[in-house]
Design a protein around this ligand. Structure first.
Ligand code: ZN
Length: 337
């Protein structure tokens, strides 16, 4: 099978053409998170013939993923396969011309350089704000295009941070506090909404690789209510990240995941930002978790075989595992942090 036959329909596009196809094949793209958004984006970029895909995900495939995470099968869920490995198997079968680098890990300030250095683009499929702000720091410091995306319920958003243009912190100087945003566990998520947002993000990624001077807009999309809204990303002259050169997530001074989690028996204790309103968090979790209990100083609930305690002072305790990555997955899937 000839390579030009595989890509014939996209080479016919004047926006791509033979030279654009060659550039895609020389590109190296990191996919950070291979859940719902990452599944769709990885599939699109693999089929488009991006030369190297760096696949980064710490989680295993679970039955509740299959409604929207299109790379995985029932057999993957029954085996409890690592998403990075299951994704690589599927993508390798789709297009063996693409080189795949597999990292069943989470990105944090300690390993960002080894995972991301040498990439031409970062594509966000993460499930939490700490990783998104860490990637923003990295993208600004290393002048690498970064496409971000998020989806919950029936709506989502996507945009791109391109060298010299507005960054994530120009638009949102601080990530939302715990309790201010819904997650897929608390609000649910529509599979086609994921496909729409991830399709948008994949298209931004191809544009950033082929026409890096395009002016990226921030776009919110809600296919269920037929709503699309664009916002021009305007650089903030007081932006702490791209103007003041402060990169606390990349330097490990903010709540980016770190390797330092304290394990105590069959439990993991994790640091975190103080939670000003535990009751707001409890309201979001109602119905999504079991045995929810809220006091003035902590919030307690159960999810699957895990018991979670969130303390107003900030630290979190996840019982039922001694694996810090698993504990962070449980927290990300329920509270999004
Ligand atoms: Zn900025």
């Amino acid at each position: 099978m000839s390579s030009s036959e595989r890509y014939a329909r996209q080479i016919r596009l004047p926006q791509i053409g033979p030279s654009g196809q060659e550039r895609l094949q020389q590109s190296r793209v990191a996919l950070i998170g291979l859940g719902a958004l990452g599944s769709v984006s990885a599939d699109a970029l693999c089929r488009a013939g991006v030369g190297t895909l760096v696949l980064i995900d710490r989680d295993i495939v679970e039955l509740s993923n299959l409604q929207r995470q299109t790379l995985y099968t029932q057999a993957d869920a029954e085996r409890g396969e690592l998403k990075a490995l299951a994704a690589a198997e599927r993508l390798g079968a789709i297009n063996p011309e693409v080189k795949l680098e597999v990292h069943p890990d989470e990105v944090h300030c300690g390993n960002a350089a080894s995972l991301l250095d040498g990439c031409d683009l970062l594509l966000d499929g993460s499930d939490n704000f700490a990783v998104r702000y860490l990637l923003n720091d990295y993208a600004v410091v290393h002048q690498v295009p970064f496409v971000y995306a998020g989806v919950v319920a029936t709506y989502g958003m996507s945009g791109a941070v391109l060298p010299g243009q507005a960054c994530l912190r120009c638009l949102w100087p601080e990530p939302p506090q715990l309790g201010e945003t819904e997650t897929c566990s608390t609000a649910g998520v529509l599979g086609p909404a994921v496909a729409v947002v991830a399709g948008w993000a994949s298209s931004l990624a191809m544009r950033a690789l082929l026409e890096p001077d395009f002016v990226a807009e921030f776009t919110s999309l809600d296919p269920w209510h037929s709503r699309v809204h664009h916002m021009r990303g305007v650089s903030d002259p007081a932006c702490p990240c791209c103007q003041e050169h402060d990169h606390p997530w990349l330097e490990g001074r903010r709540d980016a995941p770190t390797a330092e989690a304290a394990c105590a028996g069959n439990a993991v204790r994790l640091p975190g930002a103080a939670i000003p309103d535990l009751e707001a968090v409890a309201r979001l979790l109602e119905g999504a978790v079991e045995k929810l209990q809220c006091t003035h100083s902590f919030l307690r609930f159960e999810v699957g075989e895990h018991e979670v305690l969130l303390f107003a002072s900030g630290h979190r305790l996840v019982r039922g595992t001694s694996d810090p990555a698993r504990a962070r997955s449980v927290l990300a899937a329920t509270i999004g942090h």
